[in-house]
Design a protein around this ligand. Structure first.
Ligand SMILES: *[C@@H]1O[C@H](CO)[C@@H](O)[C@H](O)[C@H]1NC(C)=O
Ligand SMILES: *[C@@H]1O[C@H](CO)[C@@H](O)[C@H](O)[C@H]1NC(C)=O
Ligand SMILES: *[C@@H]1O[C@H](CO)[C@@H](O)[C@H](O)[C@H]1NC(C)=O
Length: 348
């Protein structure tokens, strides 16, 4: 074969791998809850916050940024993996402006959900409000970069959406309003229909590469283990079943919508299986504790309850969970690596 042929074959392979013609992701745009909120809640009047010690203990400079972890979040690591900055800046930080958001921006808000009623619980940003901020961001970007460049950037950016756990734990199972209105099966459908509308809206706003994360086996979060009142060694199986049913519906919707809309690369991230495997075999991932969190007693504390507890562990790297709900930085790094290997590599 002549060199010329090799060249054309490589070009063909490149085109097949990147049908959008875009080889690289120039920016990471994030929507969701505390799994991906890099500090927006610091600027809201809510108790769902974490901008105080011991949060951020292992972040550069030991700063508590409002991330619900001891260090960086999975999306921070993912940004780095795409050759972008090593943190994703929160849109609401008044010290930042549009030039700080050209290679990444986060609209997420801890304690939110797909359901408006979930974001109401702690007065945080509902998903529709995150979308309004995204529109505001688009206008500013177009003024800053020019219409054509901004448009191209927005269509080549990778959008990550991660939420849903709070709709069940903070809303459906904690309050009576949604649970008297919907069976859990119908509530899952309701949430998936909101997710679908959101993806359609994103599409019409120019997003083409979108990854939606499923929810973890929420019955194995330290808080839920305590609430099952059996032993900390058992997960709440009912909650895990709901998580896995919801994930299947979400995954089907994403795959169907991805076929309906032209020129999109939609994907679904399966965090459930990774969490389950880590929880069952923590030592094979280098963890010693997968049942309770590092902060305070590790059984039920998060947010303000973690502040200055005498019980907080010394080495968070030995723990899967940092507080009773949220992963440690080390687990977040593992999540990012797993997602790069299983899902996000298609956008490389
Ligand atoms: C959530 O609230 C917004 C603002 O009031 C509204 O536009 C939207 O339709 C609501 N979403 C649902 C699913 O009810
Ligand atoms: C954390 O605890 C210390 C000591 O009790 C206290 O001084 C500080 O104000 C607390 N911080 C927050 C954000 O509650
Ligand atoms: C992802 O792939 C890399 C390279 O093969 C490997 O080193 C890493 O352990 C993988 N990560 C996970 C979580 O499987």
């Amino acid at each position: 074969m002549s060199l010329n042929w090799v060249y054309w074959l490589l070009l063909l392979a490149q085109t097949l791998l990147h049908p959008l013609g875009a080889a690289k992701v120039p920016s990471l745009v994030v929507f969701g809850d505390s799994s991906v909120d890099t500090g927006n809640n610091d600027y809201l009047t809510t108790i769902a916050r974490s901008n105080f010690e011991p949060y951020g203990r292992d972040f550069k400079g030991g700063v508590a940024t409002g991330r619900f972890s001891n260090g960086r979040l999975a999306t921070d690591f993912i940004s780095r993996n795409f050759g972008l900055p090593d943190t994703v800046p929160p849109y609401l930080n008044p010290a930042l402006s549009i030039q700080d958001f050209t290679s990444g921006v986060c609209f997420a808000s801890a304690a939110t959900g797909y359901d408006n009623a979930t974001s109401d619980v702690f007065s945080v940003l509902p998903l529709w409000r995150q979308l309004e901020y995204f529109k505001d961001y688009q206008s500013k970007l177009k003024i800053f970069q020019g219409e054509a460049k901004a448009q191209q950037m927005l269509s080549e950016a990778l959008y990550i959406i991660s939420l849903g756990t709070n709709d069940f734990l903070e809303n459906y199972y904690a309050l009576s309003s949604r649970s008297s209105e919907f069976t859990v099966d119908k509530y899952e459908d309701y949430l998936v229909s909101i997710a679908k509308d959101f993806l359609n809206d994103m599409y019409h706003l120019g997003a083409r590469k979108v990854n939606v994360a499923g929810i973890p086996p929420m019955g194995c979060l330290p808080l839920e283990r305590v609430m099952t009142l059996k032993s900390v060694n058992s997960c709440n199986q009912e909650y895990n079943k709901v998580a896995s049913d919801f994930n299947s519906k979400l995954q089907n919707m994403i795959s169907n919508l991805g076929k309906e809309l032209p020129d999109v690369q939609f994907s679904y991230s399966n965090l459930y299986d990774l969490f389950m495997d880590v929880v069952k075999n923590p030592t094979s991932y280098g963890f010693e504790n997968a049942a309770s969190g590092c902060c305070a007693t590790g059984m039920f504390e998060m947010g303000y309850m973690c502040n200055r507890s005498l019980f907080t562990c010394r080495d968070a790297n030995r723990y899967v969970f940092w507080d009773a709900i949220h992963p440690t930085e080390r687990m977040n790094s593992l999540i990012a690596s797993y997602l790069m290997n299983t899902t996000l590599y298609v956008y490389m």
